[in-house]
Ligand binder design. Structure first.
Ligand code: HPA
Length: 258
């Protein structure tokens, strides 16, 4: 990592349908992995960089999202804390539109560049993948806005297809919700010592959990309707994140290099 500008201290990586950046100033960022457009704004007195994960003009599918460029970009803007929004299917019968603060993950992805370190061996520590400080801030935002929430384990699939019934039956033994975009994003954040947490919104029951066919439109529609709530939860959380990092996230790479 060469140069770090102090443009923003917090980033929001917005998932499908997240559009709360439309009026913000756009800020192109060059990274070794390609260009990224960040949107800079101020929320509760904190400078925030918003990056729509799937970009804008064309919707980049989950397995082709440039996760490395997005995380590199936020780091180069001076960001230390990242909040992600992810849409998920529930394997526990959560109400559609309810929220889950991610607590851990299981990775079923298979084709994505998943590290910044291709030329040396770095075994980054992900034993606590989601930052406890940002999780607390998110929970506080949820309570403040009157939204019930649960914590849960996230299974990340490769996509872009939805899952089979057998896959969901298998994953539901170990995880609560399923999505396609949480990994390797969280791991890449760890590799750069960033704090990272995710606010997941349940957009549907996972495939095969009901007799209804799951459609992509359904996912977008639920997130679209929850836009204002998501923004309010995030705004409150942003205001609650302590100025200085008191967690261990920034040490994830210590002792990790062979
Ligand atoms: N599966 C995978 N990804 C998703 C789902 C799902 O059911 N819902 C929203 N993103």
């Amino acid at each position: 990592m060469d140069k770090v500008d102090e443009v923003a201290e917090i980033a929001v990586l917005g998932g499908v349908g997240f559009n709360s950046y439309r009026d913000c100033e756009s800020h192109p960022v060059k990274t070794p992995y390609g260009g990224v457009t960040a949107y800079i704004t101020s929320i509760r007195g904190r400078n925030v960089a918003i990056i729509p994960r799937h970009a804008e003009e064309i919707h980049i599918p989950p397995h082709r999202v440039n996760y490395r460029a997005n995380i590199w970009a936020v780091h180069s803007l001076g960001v230390k804390r990242v909040i992600s929004t992810n849409s998920v299917g529930s394997m526990r019968g959560h109400t559609v539109g309810s929220f889950v603060v991610l607590d851990d993950f299981i990775d079923f992805t298979c084709s994505r560049p998943s590290t910044f370190y291709d030329d040396k061996t770095v075994h980054v520590d992900v034993v606590e993948p989601y930052c406890p400080e940002i999780k607390e801030a998110l929970k506080s935002g949820l309570v403040k806005q009157g939204f019930p929430y649960t914590e849960g384990i996230y299974a990340c699939t490769e996509g872009p297809r939805f899952e089979t019934r057998a896959e969901i039956r298998m994953m539901s033994q170990f995880a609560d919700v399923v999505g396609m975009t949480g990994v390797p994003e969280v791991v890449l954040a760890k590799e750069l010592g960033l704090c990272y947490a995710s606010l997941a919104i349940v957009t549907n029951q996972a495939c095969g959990m009901t007799t209804q066919k799951l459609t992509a439109d359904e996912v977008t529609e639920v997130v679209g309707k929850a836009q204002d709530s998501i923004y309010e939860i995030l705004s409150h959380a942003i205001g609650e994140i302590p100025e200085s990092q008191n967690c261990m996230c920034r040490f994830a790479k210590e002792g990790a290099c062979l």
